[in-house]
Design a protein around this ligand. Sequence first.
Ligand SMILES: *[C@@H]1O[C@H](CO)[C@@H](O)[C@H](O)[C@H]1NC(C)=O
Ligand SMILES: *[C@@H]1O[C@H](CO)[C@@H](O)[C@H](O)[C@H]1NC(C)=O
Length: 267
Amino acid sequence: TSSAAQQLTDANMKALATFLVLLNYFTRCHGWICTIAPEHLAATQIDAGNGMVVMTDKNSNAFFLSDSSWSKLGSVTLKHVSVGHAGVWGVDRDNTVYKFAAGDFFPTRGLSLIQVDAGEGQVVGVTSQNSIHCLNGSSASSIEEEGVLKWNTITGALMYISCGPLGCWGVNSAQNIYFGKVSPDTCGISSWSQVDGAAVKVEVGSDGRVFVVNQSGNVFERAGISKALPQGTAWSHISFCVIIKHVTYDLGRLWLLTDAGVILNCI
Ligand SMILES: *[C@@H]1O[C@H](CO)[C@@H](O)[C@H](O)[C@H]1NC(C)=O
Ligand SMILES: *[C@@H]1O[C@H](CO)[C@@H](O)[C@H](O)[C@H]1NC(C)=O
């Protein structure tokens, strides 16, 4: 009918107007070129790794990006999901850890974690008491549906952790930032060293680039990272003019989740 067609046009116009306003707004503000990723209102967390982009929404459903839309990932409700070299892992509201295998998430036994990171060969995570744990590469990749996962405890206290090829980065409850070298094979750590700055989230890309979000929703990239100096030299502020809730990076693309729930894909 013509009124249905009119409604459709109105919706398209509104979407287009929003798109143009945001696009203009963002491109004026920073060096990255951002476009709005396929929209999923109520996105709460996003993670990119190994070419995949996954997210959870406020109903704790997990999704992955395919073509230009978000598809449901598995049947389990999760509050946090991570994808990387160690596969796809998640945690639910009760802090049960899940591994994705054969098309769905299955619960693992061993430890309750509030956040996991599957970025490198090993899987790392933190508990609600902020203790730090690591599952070595061979345990992370083996299929042990019946067994109890043998997590190693890493010294220190963090509320968020992410690992890349040159080491792991974390933030503690006082918003201090730490860097440490963790062996994916053994989960052995050299030691944590505090890095300057303050942040609430840190994400390391598979190529080693490191991004943090501070409590005010500002994004910073660590500059000067090299094999010889894996902790880098300084934070460089990326001004996005909007409040960023979550940041993740993979294969040259930066994915941002704004406070308003809009997902941006920047190159
Ligand atoms: C990985 O963890 C498993 C289980 O704890 C252990 O048997 C194995 O020796 C570990 N591998 C290495 C290389 O440390
Ligand atoms: C976050 O970064 C901005 C920009 O550098 C700064 O003005 C603000 O004070 C920082 N907030 C926190 C909580 O560190």
